[in-house]
Design a protein around this ligand. Structure first.
Ligand SMILES: Cc1cc2nc3c(=O)[nH]c(=O)nc-3n(C[C@H](O)[C@H](O)[C@H](O)COP(=O)(O)OP(=O)(O)OC[C@H]3O[C@@H](n4cnc5c(N)ncnc54)[C@H](O)[C@@H]3O)c2cc1C
Ligand code: FES
Length: 277
């Protein structure tokens, strides 16, 4: 994604609704001059009057139109908690749009979207944006701890084939999104195509292992696997190198920044063994 038009913007909350107790959908007024983004792009944001935490916090863009930028915020610490308490018209500071590489637009092949937890945010943006562009051969696999964490209304009116996994079995498949993926592959219930994923690092790694482990008639079914990674970030701009991920190289791995070289990477290029931090 081009950095043209990127900047720090003062704007305000338009709406804040609790999707479930610790997770909010926050709609922000799109500032004048804020560029269009692609799925996988993100912003860093902070409530204006809060100086703790000092750093802005990164959140994937879940939707964007002429008036709104929407994000999904799970409360895990002070920055996300402060945001979750913001009400309509309260000011926020955003830096964006961020990300050097977003999800590539789908080819003619079917699209298999796999999300874990709040990883649904960029995946939901992809589904809504690509559906509007006429992509109809998409399948969603979406996992969370329990049915409470599955935001089924997040896609608004867009309908796609969806498979849910919950760890406690309260909705859909009992297990995680990767186990569900494997089960659907073995049942021949998934089309051959390209995978787009986002979720906790452990989930994405397990998904890579699952795809690499497919053999026999299942081998090579998934041509590309694009994944949007998360990492603890500071500057968000590629300057501090606090968010590096090792990619496999010739002999030794090379370090790339999640904020600026990613957040989207070709999953098979990630050096999972070497990513020890
Ligand atoms: C590109 C990108 C997109 C993201 N999109 C979303 C999103 O759509 N919705 C959402 O709820 N969160 C998202 N996150 C994670 C979000 O940025 C963190 O949860 C947030 O920064 C935590 O800030 P805090 O002050 O509330 O908590 P902190 O006190 O900063 O952190 C609380 C705990 O969470 C851990 N943590 C913080 N950031 C991350 C991270 N990136 N990955 C793993 N662990 C982390 C910390 O190590 C600590 O243990 C995204 C992160 C990145 C890098
Ligand atoms: S957060 Fe500074 S380089 Fe990525």
């Amino acid at each position: 994604m081009s950095s043209a038009g990127r900047g720090i913007f003062l704007t305000e909350i338009l709406d804040n609704r609790a999707l479930y107790p610790d997770t909010h959908v926050i709609s922000i007024k799109r500032p004048a001059g804020f560029p269009d983004t692609e799925p996988g792009g993100f912003i860093s944001i902070r409530a204006v009057e809060n100086t703790t935490p000092l750093l802005l916090r990164p959140f994937s863009i879940m939707w964007q139109d002429d008036e709104h930028i929407e994000i999904l915020v799970k409360v895990v610490g002070p920055g996300s908690e402060a945001l979750s308490k913001k009400r309509t018209k309260e000011p926020v500071k955003i830096l964006g749009p961020l990300g050097g590489r977003t999800f590539p637009a789908p080819s003619q092949r079917p699209v298999i979207l796999i999300a874990g937890g709040t990883g649904i945010a960029p995946i939901a943006y992809a589904i809504k944006k690509w559906s509007a562009a006429g992509v109809s051969n998409a399948v969603l696999i979406y996992g969370a701890a329990s049915s409470v964490g599955i935001a089924r209304d997040i896609l608004d009116e867009v309908v796609i084939e969806s498979h849910y996994a919950t760890l406690d079995g309260s909705l859909g498949f009992e297990g995680d999104a990767v186990e569900l993926f494997k089960s659907l592959v073995l049942d021949n219930s998934l089309p051959e195509g390209d995978i787009y994923s986002c979720g906790p690092r452990g989930m994405v790694r397990a998904l890579c292992d699952a795809v690499a482990g497919l053999d026999g008639m299942y081998k090579g079914r998934f041509v590309h696997h694009y994944t949007s990674l998360e990492a603890v970030m500071a500057c968000g701009l590629g300057a501090c190198r606090g968010c590096t991920v090792p990619l496999k190289g010739d002999g030794e791995s090379t370090l790339k920044t999640v904020c600026s070289d990613g957040p989207v990477f070709d999953a098979e290029e990630i050096d999972w063994e070497g990513w020890t931090w």
